[in-house]
Design a protein around this ligand. Structure first.
Ligand code: TXA
Ligand code: MG
Length: 523
């Protein structure tokens, strides 16, 4: 089919309106995103929308009107709260769900007994609806699953050849779809956040709920309050990961990534290829540019994208809601001081893992080195240690680690005492020196209770016989002494059940491959 491109001239709008009236499909601009319109009361016409978009038939469409008085025939009743919202906002980027009237068919309502109604603010949209002479059913004019189109060129990309016409009305003002609120439930509930914010709505009708799936995504077996929630959305071809971090930590993180793109705010100091979506403290600008940015990333051939996290208040809630779906709910939490906690039993070969992570651009903090620093030059700690373990352990103003080791490795109580003096200071120093993405390399990570400071924990294990050999060779000690050290540690089971990932370093399994697989999952 040939798709005609219309302007916003009177003649073109009349022609486009006639196409809709006769059962055809026309895409048109609204203040949110482009919509794909058909006569809402013509079930055959509405079916074509689902077909053109590849949209599941149980996902209902929004019915658009150009005048407030056209709402009443579509619904059972305009409830008092609905009336308040209509009076306060319409025409607006706001959609209200109410029990439907007999007039509204099963196809447009996706089989539900409710209907979503919206009166758009965009003048071209309202002129088209008027010209059609009927309520116009219109989902976003994208192929199902792709980012909604904010410019005519994206509608052409997705819909050319599949629909009768496209009205080119320039770029959309808000860039994210309307706020959807249901008044068909006991408590008014926002099913999709948009430019009309929760705060704005509450000023008019009092407290409203936000459906859980808006910010968190659906759990398995959960029924969707809005069918649209359960489907994949806004997804570019690239794999998108949201980075939960402040500006500095985000920059540090992305600038070390290879073969990746940044989806960041204007002014972020990013050295890898990037696309921006608005300004940090301007959620309207983020909303306006997000879908455009996602489409642009695809055009640029991005395979992996690290996105900066938007705020979740005001219009930011709408931005976050779309972005988290584009990211299929993948978020890296870099708010913790350490990205990765690396631990494992002595002799398991943790050092090698640390070296490899360093070569990949991680900032690895070797806790042993900080222990050394404390033993050499922390007078406070030295005082505490000599009071506890005797002056003998201090030689030339420094702790003699061998002597101290002899004392504590054969006496668990003394070891605990030593740990309680040294651990907090070591972790504090590591934290002070950490740069995102950081790795806390600490054999005593669990004993030091540092697990909550790490985003993910990797443990390295190896069979005991291998570890014994490695320790004896490394430290020049007897088998007996090595065995004592192993026995003083947590057992393998503990490491396994308290870590996110376990690396087996028995000389047979490829360590780098194991690490790469883990990083692929974390990052
Ligand atoms: O800004 C917008 O709302 C745009 C423009 C074109 O107006 N339209 C739009 O439509 O975004 P669409 O179909 O892409 O999204 C409508 C959302 C879907 O998630 C759908 O599941 C939900 O609204 N919805 C529609 N009718 C519903 C109903 N009766 N009950 C619950 N959810 C409903
Ligand atoms: Mg849509």
């Amino acid at each position: 089919m040939e798709t005609k491109i219309f302007t916003t001239s009177e003649k073109d709008i009349m022609e486009a309106g006639e196409i809709i009236r006769k059962g055809g499909l026309v895409a048109f601009p609204t203040e949110t995103v482009y919509g794909l319109g058909a006569d809402a009361l013509n079930e055959e016409a509405v079916k074509k929308i689902y077909l053109a978009k590849g949209r599941p038939s149980d996902n209902p469409l929004i019915v658009h009107v150009s005048r407030k008085e056209d709402i009443a025939p579509l619904v059972k009743e305009i409830t008092p709260k609905a009336q308040k919202l209509i009076d306060a906002f319409f025409p607006a980027p706001l959609t209200v769900i109410l029990p439907k009237s007999e007039k509204v068919g099963k196809v447009v309502s996706g089989g539900l007994d409710t209907v979503a109604v919206r009166m758009p603010e965009n003048e071209t949209a309202r002129r088209l609806i008027s010209a059609s002479g009927c309520p116009v059913a219109a989902p976003s004019a994208n192929t199902s699953g792709l980012p909604s189109p904010t410019r005519a060129k994206y509608v052409i990309e997705d819909m050319n050849g599949k629909i009768d016409g496209i009205i080119d009305g320039g770029d959309c003002e808000f860039g994210v779809e309307s706020t959807v609120i249901t008044l068909a439930t006991e408590e008014p509930t926002i099913l999709r956040p948009g430019a009309v914010t929760k705060e704005m709505i509450e000023e008019v009708i009092g407290p409203v709920q936000v459906a859980r799936a808006v910010l968190e995504g659906m759990k398995e077996n959960e029924t969707a309050a809005s069918p649209g929630m359960k489907y994949k959305h806004y997804a570019p071809k690239a794999k998108v990961v949201i980075v939960d971090a402040d500006k500095k930590a985000y920059e540090n993180f992305v600038n070390r990534q290879k073969n990746a793109f940044a989806l960041c705010f204007e002014g972020d100091e990013v050295t890898i290829p990037k696309v921006t979506f608005g300004k940090e403290n301007d959620d309207l600008s983020q909303a306006r540019e997000l879908f455009d940015a996602l489409r642009l990333l695809d055009e640029m051939g991005a395979k992996k994208v690290y996105a900066r996290i938007p705020h979740t208040t005001g219009v930011g809630m709408a931005v976050y809601n779309r972005l988290i779906r584009a990211a299929a709910f993948n978020i890296i939490d870099l708010r913790k001081p350490f990205t990765i906690g690396l631990t494992g039993q002595t002799g398991a070969g943790k050092g090698y893992v640390g070296e490899y992570l360093t070569s990949l651009g991680f900032h690895v903090l070797d806790s042993d080195k900080f222990v050394g620093r404390i033993y050499e030059k922390n007078p406070e700690i030295l005082k505490k240690l000599s009071a506890e373990f005797g002056n003998d352990i201090i030689v030339k103003g420094e702790v003699d680690r061998k002597k101290l080791g002899k004392i504590v490795f054969s006496d668990n109580e003394k070891l605990q005492k030593l740990n309680s003096i040294v651990h907090p200071e070591v972790i504090r120093l590591c934290e002070e020196n950490a740069e995102i993405p950081s790795v806390l390399d600490a054999p005593q990570l669990f004993e030091a209770k540092a697990q909550d400071k790490c985003y993910k924990i990797i443990s390295v294990t190896a069979p005991e016989s291998i570890r014994l050999e490695r320790i004896m060779r490394r430290d020049g000690i007897t088998e007996n002494e090595a065995k004592k050290r192993i026995d003083a540690q947590l057992d393998e089971e503990y490491y396994k059940s308290n870590s996110d990932f376990v690396i087996i370093n028995d000389g047979k399994n490829d360590i780098k491959k194991q690490i790469d697989t883990i990083l692929e999952e974390i990052l």
